[in-house]
Structure formats: C-alpha cells, structure tokens
Design a protein around this ligand. Structure first.
Ligand code: G3P
Length: 224
C-alpha cells in the first residue's frame, strides 16, 4: 500500500488534511521541530492524536557518533508510537544504520543527495530512503533522476527498501516522482493542499449547483 506522509510538526494541519486524504504518517526532522518550537515529547502525542492514533511517525536522531545514535534510536524506538528512526546517510550514519538494524529498529536513511549514498544506505538495511528532490534540483543536479536511478537499483537488486522522497517545492516535482513507482512520499502541507486544488474545479461545481437549483430548487438528489 502506498504510504502518504506529511512533512510537518503542525498537528492541526495534519488533522485537517487527514479529513480529506489517507495520511499514513508524519515525517519530522530537527529543523522542522526547532521551527515549530516543539520537542519530540510534545510533537509526537499531538501528531499521533491528529491521525487518530494510527500514524507512522519518523523522528531523526541528533547524536554525532554511531554508538550514540544507536542509544538514541533505542530510546525513540521504545516510545509508544509506530516510530521510524531517521538517520542522516553519512559515513557515521551508515554505521549507525547497521547497528540499528541488528537491534530490529525500523530506519529511514535521510539527507540523501546522490544515488551512491542512497544505494549504500539500502545495502546497510535501511527500510526507507529519503532523497531530497528539490534540494538536489537547487544544486543544479536532477532530483527526479536520482530517485529514478535509486528505484532501478532497488528493483534490480531485489531490495525491500522503500523510497520515501522528500523536499518538494512544486506539484510537478511530486508528479514526476510518483510516475517512478515509489512506495511512499512525504509532502509539505502547502504542496498537499495545492494538489487538491485546480482553478477549474470550483467553477464547474458552481455550475452544477446553479443548473440544479434552476430545475429542482432546494431538493436533494434522492428527492428529485
Ligand atoms: O525531511 C526532509 C525535508 O523536510 C527537506 O525538505 O524543504 O527542507 O528541502 P526541505
């Protein structure tokens, strides 16, 4: 099943979007939490509640060594939520991912800017990879191509790693990524909202209403 995530710590917006979309969970990172002024212990209960207790929540470690990342991951993993531990896919992060997988912790390798970096993280056992599509584009490279190459390698090698592309600044980037058959995606709230809106839709709906009222007044469909 495709997993749709929202990339935010704003529980109110998550709850609101979850009314119209099948939100599978929420991804956070240290910058998102810092900007929201929310620690993990404040953010997680609110985000889980926003998704009626059925939420996969991605939380990043902030430690600097593999051993400390593992210790932090063990604590996060023990929280009473469906937690995925995010680990930056640096050399140290890759070592930490190996240690975490030996402990049975679900891991997302994050801050992926290149195919080789993502592939190594997948080989280390990462359950998810988060390539940063817009950030790659902004550096003059091609975020869509990075995700396409990673998906091909995952398929070729029969790896169970899921791609969870992140960092979007427009809906076209999202559509290009979805065409690649990724297993999941995380969207900023504004992009998710844009994807539900098209300027032609409301005029079409208004036309239906006025045509109906002209012929049937206030009657509902089953009353006509
Ligand atoms: O979780 C990673 C994602 O939030 C990065 O997005 O918009 O900061 O490039 P952005």
């Amino acid at each position: 099943m495709f997993e749709l995530y929202l990339d935010t710590a704003d529980a109110q917006q998550v709850a609101s979007l979850n009314q119209s979309l099948p939100v599978f969970g929420v991804t956070t990172n240290p910058s998102i939490l810092a900007k929201a002024g929310l620690g993990v212990n404040q953010a997680l209960p609110a985000l889980a509640k926003a998704l009626n207790g059925q939420a996969r929540l991605h939380v990043q470690v902030v430690s600097q060594t593999a051993e400390d990342m593992l210790a932090e991951a063990i604590k996060l993993h023990a929280l009473p939520y469906d937690i995925v531990v995010k680990v930056p896919a640096t050399r140290i992060g890759l070592a930490a991912i190996k240690l975490m997988k030996a402990e049975g912790i679900t891991v997302l390798a994050t801050a992926i800017y290149s195919v080789q970096q993502g592939f190594f993280a997948a080989l280390c056992g990462a359950d998810y990879l988060a390539p940063y599509v817009n950030r790659i584009d902004a550096m003059g490279a091609n975020g869509i191509a990075v995700v396409a190459d990673l998906q091909n390698l995952i398929n070729q090698q029969g790896l169970s790693t899921k791609l969870l592309p992140a960092s979007f600044k427009n809906t076209q980037q999202v559509l290009d990524i979805l065409q690649l058959g990724v297993a999941s995606i995380t969207l900023p709230v504004d992009i998710a909202e844009q994807m539900m809106n098209h300027p032609a839709v409301q005029p079409a709906v208004d036309q239906f209403s006025s045509d109906w009222q002209e012929s049937f007044g206030d009657k509902l469909a089953f009353e006509s």
